[in-house]
Design a binder for this molecule. Sequence first.
Ligand SMILES: Cc1cc2nc3c(=O)[nH]c(=O)nc-3n(C[C@H](O)[C@H](O)[C@H](O)COP(=O)(O)OP(=O)(O)OC[C@H]3O[C@@H](n4cnc5c(N)ncnc54)[C@H](O)[C@@H]3O)c2cc1C
Length: 388
Amino acid sequence: MEKEYDVIVVGAGPGGSWAAKIAAEIGLNVLLVEQQRSIGYSSNCAEGVGQRHIEEILGPVDKKYVSTEIKGLDVFFPDGTNASVNDRAYILDRPLFERHLATRAMDAGADILMRAKAKGFAKENGKAKLEILHSGEKFSLFANVVIAADGPNSNIGRLAGINVGIDNADWIYCQQYLLYSLELKDLDRAKIYIGNKYTPGGGYVWIFPKGNGLANVGIGMFDADRSIIAGYLDKFVNANFSKYGIMGISAGKIPGASIKAHSADNILLVGDAAREVNPLTGGGIRYAMLSGNFAARTAYNAIKNGDTSAEGLREYEKILWEKTGKEFDKLYKFTKFARALEDEKLNKLGRSLQGIDFSGISSFSFVAKLLYANPWLPFEYATYKIKN
Ligand SMILES: Cc1cc2nc3c(=O)[nH]c(=O)nc-3n(C[C@H](O)[C@H](O)[C@H](O)COP(=O)(O)OP(=O)(O)OC[C@H]3O[C@@H](n4cnc5c(N)ncnc54)[C@H](O)[C@@H]3O)c2cc1C
């Protein structure tokens, strides 16, 4: 089997399926390859997305792939002070959501190949050549542009010579329980707990309710050993629930820093593979889909112009920098600084946030409000920036 496509998308996560959908919709001949047997069932995720954010991308949301809708988010500081954000959000049913996105790609005209692992990337006669392992059979596929949406462990970007490495200290290592407890029955808001008491060195613990007494209860910590993370999560769960059952355990990692290049000859990186994740929140579903959209449109323009070299794909770098990169850069620097704050200072921040309405604001505006509300903070931050 040696076939040629305009675009081959590697990975049917939110970034890949959305890229395939957009690319097929605008007239490209698209193949989506996914290594798993079943779409969406390998993902580890707290499943939270802002209602406004996801609707901007998808239009009206079909409740079939939503576990529950929540009214907002409460952030708890180490001394118990809490700050509330009253933006509505969805807690998705991630497998159903991913299946929905893949079917949208197919409806738009994309082909899909499951149990197909992309193992090699090379350039041949101006095209990308992908080595595929599909149900024990090896073959090559060709494309003008490969969109690599192969997640945090992205190998395709690496094989194409893109430097996808980030410091170990910038990876957020996560462990999550699907928890059942009567104490979760009426919860209609997400909760986040920050501070060294919960996650020394930065990160946070989350409770994202899924309805019917279920919730994703998880922890994300920087550069930490899996057993240490699990220990902190267990400590939190035991301190906060008198009776509970663990219905599922998952683990994963989130890139907490950006990379410089997201493209090379015949290839564009999308989502976690491109390190397109909000460094403050660790949220990446929205950014995977946004970058998938930009990548599909860039591929279309490059193919139309007959130049799919790194130069022909350069507009992708400009779009990413404008739409997310600039903001991620600032958020990353602030988050890195904030990871080192002691609990007493975090408590001060918590107290300063009382009575402020955060509804509808971006992560960047949130940080700006924080700096404004705490006159000591810009000075400490500036000193930190000079030293680091
Ligand atoms: C514990 C945890 C909780 C999270 N919670 C949230 C949250 O609440 N909200 C949020 O917005 N984000 C959250 N995230 C981040 C979010 O899950 C990711 O940002 C998002 O999944 C990125 O989507 P993606 O399409 O880029 O990659 P992925 O979802 O990782 O999809 C990659 C796909 O590529 C496939 N693949 C990989 N390699 C190959 C290959 N060689 N060949 C073929 N297929 C391949 C994989 O099987 C997978 O299906 C969380 C992450 C973790 C770890």
